[in-house]
Design a protein around this ligand. Structure first.
Ligand SMILES: Cc1ncc(COP(=O)(O)O)c(C=O)c1O
Length: 389
C-alpha cells in the first residue's frame, strides 16, 4: 500500500469531520485524535455492503446473546493480537470508550468521591469525573529520556487514605504515547490490590502500539483481572470514531454483572455501522494495521527530527504507540498562549496542553496521523511563524 497514507491537503480538506471543520479552511488541523487516511479495505467493503443493502436500521440490541458474532470477534482479536484469552461472555457493547468509563464512574463510586487519574491525561476523563459530581485526584507523570511514566510514590500516596475506589488507567497513554512495561503494569497492579482499588483500563490505543508490546492490564494476574474493567474500541486504530461503537471487557463475572446491571437506556446503543466496521476491522484488518504502524513510526521520527531542528527543547516525548506527540513550548515566549499563537500566526491547530491536566500549561499535543506532505506544510508554517516571533 505505498500511497495509501500519502494524501494531499486538498483531498483531506474535503472531509466533513470535526477535525477539518472546527477551524477555518486555511488552518491545518493537527489536534483532535483522528487520522486522515482512507479506511482499511476490509472496513470499506463491509460498509459498502451496508450502503448497497440500504442497511441502516437499528443495531442488534442487547441482551448480549444476540451479539455473539461481535463478542466472538473481539475475543479472538484480543487473543491473537494481545495474547489475552478473553471469554466472549465478558464483552458488553457500548457506543464508545468514554461511555464505558462514565458507566464505571457511576457504578463504582459515589458523588463526592475522588477518582484517580494521571496528570496529564486525555481530557474527557476529567470532564467525566466532574460531570458525575466526583473529584479528580491527579497523579503526576515523570519524564526520563523522553519517556513518561506514572510517579508510583504519588500513586501510592493517592491510594493511601483508603477512600479511593477507582483509578482511570490510560494505557497506552494519551498524550505521552507510553506503552507501559510489564514491570510498570505490575507495580500499578500491586498498589491497586493493596488498596482495594478498581481499575478502568482505557486501552483504546492498544492496537496502535508499534514500538513496544502492549500488555493488557487484565492479564497481569487473575486477582488483578477481578478488579479490572477494560474499555476499548476498534475505532481509534481503524479510524472510524464517528461510527460510535466500543466495548467493555469485564475481568470477571461479578464485574460483568455490574456492567450489565446498568439499564440499556443508560448504557446506550452502538450504531449498526460501527458494529459492522468493528467486525470487519478485527476480522480482516490486521495487515492494513501493520502498514499503518510503519507509516506512523516514520512520521513520528520525521516530526521529532524536524521539531528538534526548530527548537530542541520542544521534544520531550518519543511515543511508542499512536499518533500523538506531547511537546513542550515553555522555553518559547508565545502570547497569549502557544496554541492560539500557532493557530493565528502559523495557521496550524494543535491541542492545548492546559486541557490535559494541571501540568499541561505550556505544552501542546501534535497529531501526526496524517501524510508527510501535510506534516511538512504544517511544520514549514510553524518554523516560519517562530522565525518571525
Ligand atoms: C485515551 C482515549 N480514550 C477514549 C477516547 C475516546 O474514544 P471514544 O470516541 O471511543 O469515546 C480517546 C479518543 O481520542 C482516547 O484517546
Amino acid at each position: 500500500m505505498p500511497d495509501h497514507f500519502e494524501i494531499d491537503l486538498e483531498t483531506a480538506r474535503r472531509r466533513r469531520s470535526l477535525k477539518w471543520r472546527r477551524y477555518s479552511a486555511d488552518v491545518i488541523p493537527l489536534w483532535v485524535a483522528e487520522m486522515d487516511f482512507p479506511l482499511a479495505p476490509a472496513v470499506t467493503e463491509r460498509l459498502a455492503g451496508m450502503v448497497e443493502r440500504s442497511d441502516f436500521g437499528y443495531p442488534p440490541e442487547p441482551p448480549e446473546e444476540t451479539n455473539s458474532e461481535f463478542r466472538a470477534v473481539v475475543a479472538a482479536w484480543m487473543n491473537r493480537r494481545h495474547q489475552w484469552e478473553v471469554d466472549p461472555e465478558m464483552v458488553s457493547i457500548t457506543p464508545d470508550t468514554m461511555r464505558a468509563i462514565e458507566i464505571a464512574i457511576e457504578r463504582f463510586t459515589d458523588p463526592g468521591d475522588p477518582v484517580v487519574l494521571s496528570d496529564p491525561v486525555y481530557y474527557p476523563f476529567r470532564v467525566a469525573i466532574e460531570e458525575a459530581g466526583r473529584r479528580p485526584l491527579w497523579v503526576p507523570m515523570v519524564e526520563s529520556n523522553r519517556r513518561w511514566v506514572l510517579d508510583l510514590e504519588a500513586l501510592a500516596a493517592a491510594f493511601a487514605p483508603g477512600n479511593v475506589q477507582l483509578f482511570l488507567h490510560c494505557s497506552p497513554h494519551n498524550p505521552t504515547g507510553t506503552v507501559f512495561t510489564a514491570d510498570e503494569q505490575q507495580s500499578i497492579a500491586a498498589l491497586a490490590e493493596q488498596h482495594n482499588v478498581i481499575v478502568v483500563a482505557d486501552e483504546v490505543h492498544a492496537d496502535l502500539a508499534y514500538d513496544a508490546s502492549h500488555i493488557p492490564f487484565a492479564t497481569i494476574n487473575p486477582e488483578i483481572a477481578a478488579r479490572t474493567i477494560t474499555a476499548s474500541a476498534a475505532s481509534k486504530a481503524f479510524n472510524f470514531a464517528g461510527l460510535r461503537c466500543g466495548f467493555v471487557i469485564a475481568g470477571d463475572q461479578r464485574l460483568h454483572e455490574q456492567v450489565q446491571s446498568v439499564p440499556i437506556r443508560d448504557r446506550k446503543l452502538a450504531s449498526l455501522a460501527g458494529y459492522e466496521a468493528t467486525i470487519a476491522a478485527y476480522g480482516g484488518g490486521a495487515s492494513w494495521l501493520e502498514s499503518l504502524h510503519r507509516h506512523l513510526r516514520e512520521m513520528r521520527d520525521h516530526v521529532i527530527g524536524r521539531l528538534a531542528m526548530i527548537e530542541e527543547s520542544l521534544v520531550v516525548a518519543n511515543p511508542e504507540a499512536s499518533y500523538l506527540l506531547w511537546t513542550d513550548w515553555r522555553q518559547i515566549d508565545l502570547a497569549p498562549d502557544p496554541a492560539t499563537y500557532l493557530r493565528e500566526n502559523a495557521g496550524v491547530a494543535l491541542s492545548s496542553g492546559d486541557d490535559f491536566g494541571p501540568s499541561g500549561t505550556g505544552f501542546l499535543r501534535l497529531n501526526f496521523g496524517t501524510s508527510r506532505a501535510i506534516l511538512d506544510e504544517a511544520l514549514d508554517r510553524i518554523e516560519d511563524a517562530l522565525a518571525g516571533s
